[in-house]
Design a protein around this ligand. Structure first.
Ligand code: SF4
Length: 454
């Protein structure tokens, strides 16, 4: 782990016994980034990270409630910790993130061995809350109903060595009918432009090469502050000289516009990957989802992007089995993905989340139907991804070296600007964080294989 707050160690007594913490993170990149901020705060008060739950003095479970399956898994994990608490009553177990925001003190009732429940708006308060638990030896609940406009910056420990996430905004105003996020993450709050620029420059100074701008709906950045819009932000971060690549996620198709496309077309560092979650290829379902666009609008948007940037990769998210999705409406989605030709799609079963409007809609579908549709959708998309990747055979692409391949230590792994994974034989000259050229010889559905061009 790489820290941006090493100076915080200078005040610690180097002779005191080591104290360890563990974070277990579920869910999206926003949660991963929150865990980095939780880790940074604990490091600043002298704790060190350990994967070993047995030696941890603090265990934080950073939770997700977007899907029912995630929640079940998390409750299972919380249950497992009971054994550790019985052995070590001083162990502090904290539940943070979206489930903590949603379930609040219910968590104490379901799992009495929990000491701390901390909501999504309270991440910056971790140090004082841990002290409160230590001093009171009782249960501490810290779940603000609403966020402060912007939480103060806190020390952050980065998980990666070359790629880092930088939140640019928090919350979401869209209220898609299936989604719990606006209820647990609050309304949109954009970070000041200069704060974002300063953080990226500092990451560049610390050796990071690739930055992903994070938010639930990044392209509505600035709507709440009027300081700068998303295109202005991209233009500003493109000028930062000490990083190589800028990515962003997730963007909403309705908020993508010609100004953003033009900035990406003319920029050097903003990668040509457009992740535009369509969710369904049926206008009937899109309306029920409250997505705010039609398939016709979306087709025109894709056309606009491909005209401006012919090599751009277009990826998406899809939900199958939304209430009321008939066989015919599902076929519309299949036809839609075939006509758009996505480079990749992340496909999900619709999950009924209580508190969202879709949860009480009629015509909820049986799991077996959802699963069968998911298989068909994935098979169709895999064929498309393979066909598009095959077009890269014989081409030379720019790759950022990320590290050794997980399955073969004699090979390197990196990504193209369009976020495709590339594997190639080690030559000994490459270094992590370097930009290299790789000639693609074999394309598969999920990765490209090639040879280093020297
Ligand atoms: S845009 Fe829709 S799906 Fe995305 S976080 Fe907001 S409400 Fe949820």
């Amino acid at each position: 782990m790489k820290t941006e707050s090493d100076n915080t160690y200078s005040t610690l007594d180097q002779n005191s016994p080591k104290k360890f913490f563990t974070t277990i993170t579920y869910g999206c990149q926003m949660n991963e980034n929150d865990s980095e901020r939780l880790s940074g705060q604990l490091k600043s008060i002298g704790y060190e990270y350990s994967d070993n739950l047995e030696e941890a003095a603090i265990i934080l479970i950073n939770t997700c409630c977007v899907r029912e399956s995630a929640e079940k898994k998390i409750y299972g994990k919380i249950g497992e910790l009971k054994r550790l608490k019985a052995v070590n009553p001083n162990l502090i177990i904290g539940i943070t993130g979206c489930m903590a925001q949603k379930d609040r003190d219910k968590l104490f009732k379901k799992a009495p061995h929990i000491d701390l429940v901390m909501g999504t708006h309270n991440v910056h308060q971790l140090v004082e809350l841990i002290k409160e638990v230590e001093e009171s030896k009782g249960k501490v609940l810290a779940v603000w109903e609403q966020a402060e406009r912007l939480a103060p910056n806190v020390p952050t420990v980065r998980k990666g060595q070359i790629a880092a996430w930088v939140p640019i905004m928090y919350g979401c105003n869209n209220f898609c009918t299936y989604c719990i996020v606006p209820y647990v993450r609050g309304r949109e709050r954009s970070r000041p432009l200069q704060d974002i620029i300063d953080e990226i420059k500092q990451l560049g100074d610390n050796g990071f090469k690739e930055i992903t701008l994070l938010g639930q709906n990044v392209n509505s950045y600035g709507k709440d502050s009027q300081e700068a819009d998303f295109a202005d932000l991209l233009q500003a971060v493109d000028k930062i000289t000490n990083v190589e690549r800028i990515r962003y996620m997730t963007s909403h198709p309705r908020d993508m516009n010609a100004k953003v496309i033009e900035v990406i077309r003319t920029s050097k560092k903003i990668c040509e990957q457009f992740h535009l979650p369509i969710q369904s290829g049926s206008d009937t379902i899109l309306k029920k989802m409250n997505r705010g666009y039609t398939t016709q609008y979306y087709r025109e948007l894709v056309q606009q992007i491909r005209t401006a940037i012919p090599d751009a990769a277009i990826t998406t998210d899809l939900i199958v089995g939304f209430p009321g999705e008939t066989d015919e409406l599902f076929e519309e989605t299949l036809e839609f993905i075939k006509s758009i030709q996505y480079d990749a799609a992340y496909t999900f079963l619709y999950s009924q989340r209580s508190g969202t409007p879709a949860a009480t809609m009629p015509d909820q579908l049986p799991l077996a139907v959802k699963k069968e549709r998911l298989q068909r959708l994935m098979a169709a998309q895999n064929d498309i991804s393979l066909e598009l990747n095959k077009r890269l055979e014989g081409c030379t692409v720019e790759v950022l070296v990320e590290g050794l391949s997980k399955t073969d230590q004699n090979k390197w792994m990196g990504r193209t600007r369009t976020n495709k994974i590339v594997i190639w034989e080690k030559r000994g000259t490459e270094q992590v964080g370097q930009l290299v050229q790789v000639n693609i010889s074999t394309a598969q559905t999920w990765l490209l294989k090639g040879t280093l061009v020297e």
